[in-house]
Ligand binder design. Structure first.
Ligand code: UTP
Length: 288
């Protein structure tokens, strides 16, 4: 079994649910408390042992590349002013030289197409895929737990979570088969099942470990729902040839692609910081 070394972050979406904020600023760069959303997700991948970070970007996303670069003038100024705490913070987040790659999805043709754009950078090895608008909070992190399951099972692993069964028609849902360690065999996947037909209430939560065979499938895949090349359609085909395992994540998840989830993430993460907690509680109490 090949080691899991690389992660793909598709960051080429338009972020229309966040207009006007996302007119000039990528939604992945919106700040949750003190750092951009994408930083939480890259940190989750790093904790899982990922060594190379691949970003599929688009127009207006150059600031993401700058965020993961060293800001020489800023570092010098911090040094001159003796701001060692801030310098150490930046150093600790800095990917090592040569461990980030950026490629462009020239047209936003869908998540499946964005993933396919990373094929040459991934090469012939398994890869983690993290949707950068989902912030997951758990110890160990969601991807670290999935990587552990992958070392046991091999194949493909998908992170899933429970949703209200009445809401299942809004998500990609998996069927639950035989249990294995912290995971279970996936017995089918369906994107947005019609009401009352979902095989379970376990929805695909935006974390995947996939084999590179997915690229051959995505290469010839036709457009699906929303006239986009859908990753789930590709995984459905791959599932006929290779095993898929589900990892049932039980931590917190915040969908920062929607304004409600983004606000919730800000409140939840601020509440975890002892210097902010009392003030947040007091403000919410006062305004409610
Ligand atoms: P979303 O469905 O959230 O789409 O994509 P979006 O365009 O980012 O946002 P809205 O719906 O218009 O508000 C899920 C993930 O897939 C990426 C997005 O960047 C996001 O991380 N994506 C989506 C691409 O990289 N390319 C695409 O063509 C579509």
């Amino acid at each position: 079994m090949k080691k899991l070394r690389k992660a793909v972050f598709p960051v080429a979406g338009l972020g229309t649910r966040f207009l006007p904020a996302t007119k000039a600023v990528p939604k992945e760069m919106l700040t949750v408390v003190d750092r951009p959303v994408i930083q939480y997700v890259v940190d989750e991948a790093r904790e899982a042992g990922i060594e190379h970070f691949i970003f599929v970007t688009g127009r207006n996303k150059g600031v993401i590349e700058d965020h993961f670069d060293i800001q020489f003038e800023l570092n010098e100024t911090l040094k001159d002013r003796g701001k060692t705490e801030q310098l150490d913070l930046l150093d600790g987040m800095q990917p090592a030289a040569g461990t980030t790659s950026f490629t462009r999805q020239q047209e936003p043709l869908g998540l499946g197409h964005a993933v396919w754009c990373a094929r040459d950078l991934v090469g012939d090895e398994p890869f983690a895929l993290l949707l950068p608008d989902m912030i997951m909070q758990a110890e160990p992190g969601c991807m670290a737990q999935m990587a552990e399951l992958y070392r046991e099972t091999g194949g493909n692993v998908i992170g899933v979570q429970e949703c209200d069964p009445a809401e299942a028609h809004k998500y990609g849902i998996v069927g639950r088969g035989e249990e294995k360690g912290a995971g279970f065999r996936i017995t089918g996947m369906v994107e947005k099942p019609p009401k009352g037909t979902a095989p379970s209430n376990l929805y695909i939560n935006g974390r995947y470990i996939l084999q590179p065979t997915i690229f051959d499938i995505l290469e010839t895949q036709e457009r699906g729902a929303g006239n986009e090349i859908q990753l789930t359609d590709g995984m459905l085909k791959l599932e006929k040839e290779e095993p898929f395992w589900g990892f049932h994540f039980t931590g917190e998840v915040y969908d920062c692609g929607s304004p409600e989830g983004f606000v919730e993430a800000n409140v939840a993460i601020a509440m975890r910081k002892k210097e902010l907690k009392a003030r947040v509680v007091e403000t919410v109490e006062r305004l409610r």
